[in-house]
Design a protein around this ligand. Structure first.
Ligand SMILES: [Zn+2]
Length: 212
C-alpha cells in the first residue's frame, strides 16, 4: 500500500499518520521528521536543508525530493509507505510519480479537508511554556491559570510562527503550491476526501472505512 496524506497545516493529517500506518502495516514518513533526521545525522542533504530552514524558508524541491527518494528506496519502505507532507508541490508530485511509474504508482491519496476559519483558530491558538516547552491551546487545551504553565508555573508565549498573520500567510502559500497537486490527483481519480474538522475518533472511523 502506497499512500499519501494531504491537507493544510492544522488539518490533523500528522496526527492521523500513525493511525493509518497501524491500519495498513507500513511505515509513515513526515517530511518534517525526515529533515530533522538528516540534520541530526549531519548528512550532506541535511546541511543543505539547514541553510534554508535557518532563514525560515521552505527547503527547495530538489533537496526535499532527494531526501524522500532515498527514504523510499530503503528496503524497509520500498514495498509500501505513507507519506505525510510530501508531495507539497507539482514538481515533487511529478518526481514521485516518475519514481513509482514502474511499480504501480500511488494507491491512495487521502485529503483532509478543514474550513479555513477552523484552521486559523486551531493554528493561531497555540501557546508554549517558555521554561519547559509544554504546549497549550488558548481554546482547546488552555492552562488552568491564565498565562502560566500548569506543570512549572513558567510564562506562556506564542511563537511568531503561530501568530494569526503568519498562519494566514502559511495557508496562502499552501493553497498556491498544493492545490494544483490536489487537482492532479483528482484527475487521476485515486483521491479520498476526509472531513478533518470532525473529532479525532470520527476521523479515524472514516479512515478505517475508506481503507477497507
Ligand atoms: Zn512549563
Amino acid at each position: 500500500m502506497k499512500i499519501i496524506l494531504m491537507g493544510p497545516p492544522g488539518s490533523g493529517k500528522g496526527t492521523q499518520a500513525s493511525f493509518v500506518a497501524s491500519l495498513v502495516q507500513v511505515n509513515s514518513m513526515s517530511s518534517g521528521d525526515l529533515f530533522r533526521e538528516n540534520l541530526a545525522n549531519d548528512t550532506e542533504l541535511g546541511k543543505l536543508a539547514k541553510t534554508y530552514m535557518d532563514q525560515g524558508k521552505y527547503v527547495p524541491d530538489d533537496v526535499t525530493i532527494n531526501m524522500v527518494m532515498s527514504w523510499i528506496e530503503d528496503s524497509e519502505n520500498n514495498g509500501g509507505f505513507i507519506l505525510d507532507g510530501f508531495p507539497r508541490t507539482l514538481s515533487q508530485a511529478q518526481a514521485l510519480d516518475d519514481r513509482l511509474n514502474g511499480v504501480g504508482g500511488i494507491d491512495k491519496v487521502i485529503l483532509f479537508n478543514v474550513p479555513e476559519l477552523e484552521l486559523i483558530k486551531r493554528l493561531s491558538g497555540r501557546i508554549l511554556c517558555r521554561k519547559c516547552q509544554t504546549p497549550y491551546h488558548k481554546e482547546f487545551s488552555p492552562p488552568t491559570n491564565d498565562g502560566a504553565c500548569d506543570k512549572c508555573g513558567g510564562d506562556l508565549f506564542q511563537r511568531d510562527d503561530d501568530s494569526e498573520v503568519v498562519v494566514k500567510e502559511r495557508l496562502k502559500v499552501y493553497r498556491q503550491e498544493t492545490d494544483p497537486v490536489v487537482e492532479r490527483y483528482r484527475g487521476i481519480g485515486n483521491i479520498l476526501e476526509i472531513d478533518g474538522s470532525l473529532p479525532i475518533r470520527v476521523v479515524e472511523k472514516s479512515l478505517r472505512t475508506a481503507l477497507g
